[in-house]
Ligand binder design. Sequence first.
Ligand SMILES: Cc1cc2nc3c(=O)[nH]c(=O)nc-3n(C[C@H](O)[C@H](O)[C@H](O)COP(=O)(O)OP(=O)(O)OC[C@H]3O[C@@H](n4cnc5c(N)ncnc54)[C@H](O)[C@@H]3O)c2cc1C
Length: 111
Amino acid sequence: MQNDSGKTISIWMTTAKVPEKLVLTENTYADVCVIGAGIAGISTAYMLIRAGKSVIVLDDGPIGGGQTSRTTAHVSNVLSYGYHELEQIHGKEGAKHIAQSHTTAINTLIL
Ligand SMILES: Cc1cc2nc3c(=O)[nH]c(=O)nc-3n(C[C@H](O)[C@H](O)[C@H](O)COP(=O)(O)OP(=O)(O)OC[C@H]3O[C@@H](n4cnc5c(N)ncnc54)[C@H](O)[C@@H]3O)c2cc1C
């Protein structure tokens, strides 16, 4: 997979079979056009499709490229910063939101 977004190489960059990049050859229509086929764009497209919308995802590079290809692929609510540190930086409510958002992400991916 060609990717000049960084220097680290993950195992999936050398082993994953990424679908051929399709090229738009005609005008088309969808409810939503998402730019970027990294985890943010693909997740957004997936959630929109689950909500009944039609979606086009555009990317000028490989699907799942960018930083997404370099991830260590852990999904966790145990973060590099401890929650006591996050509370000092963002306050109790902020730390609670951080915990909730990561937990929601895990549950969303599992369901
Ligand atoms: C070494 C490393 C390890 C990591 N480990 C983890 C981890 O374990 N867990 C975790 O949650 N996160 C991890 N991260 C962070 C995570 O990889 C990123 O936060 C996440 O992948 C960002 O996703 P993204 O979709 O926003 O961006 P990207 O994956 O970079 O995707 C953006 C996409 O948009 C496309 N694009 C940009 N501009 C345009 C344009 N103008 N037109 C068309 N296409 C465009 C790019 O080609 C790219 O494909 C890690 C990051 C690194 C570097």
